[in-house]
Design a binder for this molecule. Structure first.
Ligand SMILES: NC(=O)C1=CN([C@@H]2O[C@H](COP(=O)(O)OP(=O)(O)OC[C@H]3O[C@@H](n4cnc5c(N)ncnc54)[C@H](O)[C@@H]3O)[C@@H](O)[C@H]2O)C=CC1
Ligand SMILES: NCC(=O)COP(=O)(O)O
Length: 329
C-alpha cells in the first residue's frame, strides 16, 4: 500500500443501539485514515440530527483515497428494511445488519478494504430474525471459510484471549479438547509473533476449574486435557505456563511478564479485562485472512441516541486496525 492510506470499513452494527452514535462521534474530528461506514445513510443522518452533531455524508468512491475530514463520513449504502426506533430492537432489520457485515467481509477479502472495524450487534435480535448467529467472531470465520479463529481483547497492560467464545456454559468443558486448545494456542502464538512483534510469546493458560482443579479433586480437565496439551506444545518450542488458577493469574505478579492470558471461556477472562479497561479496549479476531477489530462494549440500548455513549473504544479499535494494516503494532 505504498502511497495509499488504509481504507477501513466500519459497520455501525445494531441500528437501534449506540453503534451509529459512536461512529458519528468518532467522525467529529479529522481522522488519519479513510473510514467508510457500511450503512443506510438515512440512519446516520437521522442519528446525527438527533445527537445535534454535524455530519457530511459522502458516498464512497474507490478512486478517492484520502483521510476523512472532521465531521465527514464516507459510506457504502445499504438499505434498512424498517424504520429505526432508537433503543428498540426490530428483527425486521436483522438481515440489514448481516448485509452490512457481508459487504465489509467481501470488501476485505477482495482487498477493496484494508480492514474492518465493527460496532456492536445484538446477537438475540439476529436470531429472532431467523438467522442462527452467535457473534461477529463466529460469523466472520464461517463467512471467510476459516476453520478456527481466536477472540482476543486488549487494553493497556493486559491481553486476554479465549479458548471458547459464545456458547452456553454447560457446553464449555466438552468444547475444550486437545485439538481445539492446540489450534487456539498456535493461532495466538503466530499472531502475537507476526502482528504484535512478540518474539517468543509467553502465554499463561488458565485452568477450567476452581484452583485449576486442585490436583483433580475439583475437576479433571486440567489433568486429562490441558496439562498434556501444554506439555506437548512446550516440547515443540512454545512458551506456555499453566494451567494456572484463574483467580490468581490476573494478579500483578503474573500479569507483569505475560504476553497474553488465555482464558478457557468468555466470562472467565472478559470481566477482568473490562474491569481494567472498559472504553479503552479493543476486541481483535486472530486467525482471519483479513484484519478485524471491534469495540469492547455492547449495543447499550438504554443510552442510544442520548449522546452519552463513549466512543473511545471505537477509536481504539480503529487505531489498532490501522497499526495492524501497517504491521507496526
Ligand atoms: N462487539 C459486539 O457486537 C458486542 C455485542 N454485545 C451485545 O450487546 C448486547 C447488550 O449487551 P450488554 O451486556 O447489555 O452490554 P453493553 O455493553 O451493551 O451495556 C452494559 C452497560 O454499559 C453501558 N455502556 C456500554 N457501552 C457504553 C459506551 N460506549 N458508553 C457508555 N456506556 C456504555 C450500557 O449503557 C450498560 O449500562 C448483547 O446483545 C450483547 O450480545 C456485547 C458485547 C460486544
Ligand atoms: N464479549 C465480546 C463479544 O460479545 C463480542 O463478540 P463478537 O461479536 O465480536 O464476536
Amino acid at each position: 500500500m505504498a502511497n495509499r492510506i488504509p481504507v477501513i470499513a466500519v459497520t455501525p452494527g445494531e441500528p437501534a443501539g449506540i453503534g451509529p452514535d459512536v461512529v458519528i462521534k468518532l467522525c467529529q474530528q479529522a481522522l488519519s485514515t479513510q473510514v467508510v461506514a457500511i450503512a443506510d445513510p438515512t440512519l446516520l443522518a437521522d442519528r446525527a440530527a438527533r445527537l445535534g452533531l454535524p455530519l457530511e455524508l459522502k458516498e464512497y468512491d474507490a478512486t478517492t483515497n484520502r483521510a476523512n475530514n472532521a465531521q465527514e463520513l464516507f459510506y457504502v449504502p445499504v438499505s434498512l428494511a424498517a424504520k429505526v426506533e432508537v433503543g428498540k430492537l426490530n428483527p425486521a432489520n436483522g438481515r440489514y445488519i448481516l448485509n452490512t457485515l457481508d459487504i465489509a467481509i467481501d470488501g476485505c477479502m477482495s482487498k477493496r478494504f484494508d480492514a474492518m472495524v465493527t460496532a456492536p450487534v445484538h446477537k438475540g435480535v439476529i436470531n429472532d430474525a431467523g438467522v442462527p448467529f452467535s457473534g461477529h467472531t463466529e460469523y466472520l470465520a464461517e463467512r471467510s471459510n476459516t476453520e478456527k479463529v481466536v477472540m482476543m481483547l486488549a487494553t493497556e497492560g493486559l491481553r486476554v484471549a479465549l479458548v471458547t467464545t459464545h456458547l452456553p456454559l454447560a457446553q464449555v468443558p466438552a468444547a475444550i479438547t486437545p485439538h481445539t486448545l492446540e489450534q487456539v494456542i498456535k493461532i495466538l502464538h503466530k499472531d502475537l509473533h507476526d502482528r504484535f512483534g512478540v518474539e517468543q510469546p509467553l502465554i499463561k493458560v488458565c485452568g477450567l476449574n476452581p484452583h485449576a482443579g486442585e490436583s483433580g479433586h475439583m475437576g479433571r480437565e486440567e489433568i486429562d486435557v490441558i496439562t498434556p496439551t501444554l506439555n506437548r506444545l512446550n516440547a515443540s518450542g512454545f512458551t506456555l505456563e499453566g494451567p494456572l488458577p484463574a483467580d490468581t493469574v490476573f494478579t500483578p505478579k503474573h500479569m507483569a511478564n505475560a504476553d497474553t492470558i488465555l482464558a478457557m471461556y468468555h466470562d472467565q477472562g472478559l470481566p477482568v479485562l473490562k474491569y481494567k479497561g472498559f472504553h479503552n479496549a479493543v476486541n481483535i479476531t486472530l486467525g482471519l485472512p483479513f484484519i478485524r477489530t471491534s469495540v469492547d462494549h455492547g449495543t447499550a440500548l438504554d443510552i442510544a441516541g442520548t449522546g452519552t455513549a463513549d466512543h473511545h473504544s471505537l477509536a481504539y479499535a480503529l487505531n489498532q486496525a490501522v497499526l495492524m494494516c501497517k504491521n507496526t503494532v
